[in-house]
Design a protein around this ligand. Structure first.
Ligand SMILES: Nc1ncnc2c1ncn2[C@@H]1O[C@H](COP(=O)(O)OP(=O)(O)OP(=O)(O)O)[C@@H](O)[C@H]1O
Ligand SMILES: [Mg+2]
Length: 375
């Protein structure tokens, strides 16, 4: 077991752009740290830097408090599980599991014992004589996990290990992996581009983009208190709605205004928004805090729109609405909601649940920026 620390690590492959940029992160002993980010954000590079397969351009990697920049990958005592499994095709499952231990020159009896215990743990004891080519994707994934576990390394590094599995198997393996971690408690760093997987697995989740950390927090904190617009839009299904607009004070009330669409903000936000009157801003609201009602003769207070489409998903129906000011808003509603495409509706947004961001892809969350719990 071990702590892993990256300190001001930069990695550039071409001397111009940085795949990983001034990156500082600690995964504590026994922790399951998830690094999540879009394709090309530097996830694999980070793992390869920890494994020793890449050398940092600047900064240091520490394992258990010791700098390992100059330690050969073989001597770092970390095991990596790859997306494509990387099993040896000509060896049986048993030989694949035993290979690393043979290289370590462990006694044959100990190898047999460890291989059979690991195979039992993963439920692959009946596959030991088979070659990888004859196994299903899920079975191959188990063998790849087994090959890492059997070595009892200080650290596991997972590079999108479930992404080649079909959705059902992927979810089942995710749960198994989490339960396995509860048992083994080996420090793990797991990278994925899947937001659900990140939240489900991580004790801590580190969101990255362009080789930089955008937020590091526990899963629910990321969801409830996203530090910026990118993180807010990354977690949650369907994603958070974002509306571009401005703040307007009128008759002692504070409004968010986007064209003709207007939302009255809670009075508690007035103080921190006082200096933003007339300024551009982005309002974010999760689809679960938006409701849709048919527009009747008695006009309800809300935003007028027309239904673009509705997706019945069983536990909820997602209704997509285009507002009078051409904003597109999705509402996660009761599964039995009765709406017709093209029909007029009124949208109500729970103003207590909105987030306000500064403009831009990674515009900070104004409420958190001001450290004002009221915003
Ligand atoms: N060996 C290399 N030579 C040159 N550039 C590289 C090399 N490896 C990675 N890069 C670049 O570094 C950046 C980060 O790549 P990386 O593979 O770490 O991303 P990733 O987050 O793992 O992406 P994905 O989700 O697609 O696997 C990319 O722009 C990539 O093109
Ligand atoms: Mg990758």
């Amino acid at each position: 077991m071990a702590q892993v620390r990256l300190e001001n690590v930069t990695k550039s492959f071409d001397g111009k752009t940085a795949a990983v940029s001034d990156f500082t992160l600690t995964a504590n002993d026994g922790q399951f740290m998830v690094i999540v980010g879009p394709s090309g954000s530097g996830k694999t590079t980070l793992l390869r830097l920890i494994a020793g397969l890449e050398k940092p351009t600047a900064g240091s990697v520490y394992i258990d408090g010791l700098p390992v920049n100059d330690v050969h990958p073989r001597n770092r005592d970390v095991a990596m599980v790859f997306q494509d499994y990387a099993l040896y095709p000509h060896m049986t499952v048993g030989q694949n599991l035993a290979f690393g231990l043979k290289m370590q020159k462990l006694p044959a009896e100990q190898i047999r014992h460890r291989v059979s215990r690991t195979a039992a743990l993963l439920g692959i004891d009946n596959l030991l004589m088979r070659k990888p080519g004859t196994l299903s994707g899920g079975q191959q994934q188990r063998v790849a996990l087994g090959r890492a576990i059997v070595r009892k390394p200080k650290v596991f590094l997972f590079d999108e290990p479930l992404s080649n599995l079909d959705p059902t198997l992927r979810m089942a393996m995710r749960t198994e992996l989490k339960m396995l971690h509860e048992k083994l408690k080996t420090t793990s760093i797991y990278v994925t581009h899947d937001q659900t997987e990140a939240m489900a697995l991580g004790d801590r989740v580190c969101v990255i983009r362009n080789g930089k950390i955008l937020q590091l927090a526990a899963p629910l904190e990321l969801y409830e208190k996203p530090a910026n617009r990118f993180v807010a839009g990354f977690f949650g299904t369907p994603p958070m709605n974002f509306l571009n607009g401005g703040i307007r004070f009128q008759d002692d009330n504070c409004y968010f205004v986007s064209g003709e669409d207007r939302i009255q903000l809670p009075p508690r936000m007035k103080k921190s928004l006082a200096n933003r009157n007339g300024k551009e801003i982005v309002l974010g609201v999760r689809p679960h805090y938006v409701s849709v009602s048919p527009s009747g003769p008695a006009e309800l207070d809300g935003i007028k729109g027309t239904v673009l489409t509705a997706e019945p998903l069983g536990d909820r129906t997602d209704v997509y609405v285009k507002t009078g000011s051409a904003n597109r808003i999705v509402a996660a509603t009761d599964p039995h909601i009765n709406v017709t495409v093209g029909s007029p509706v009124i949208i109500s947004i729970n103003a207590e649940r909105v987030h306000l961001f500064e403009n831009g892809d990674t515009g900070p969350n104004i409420g958190l920026l001001a450290k004002d719990p009221n915003c």
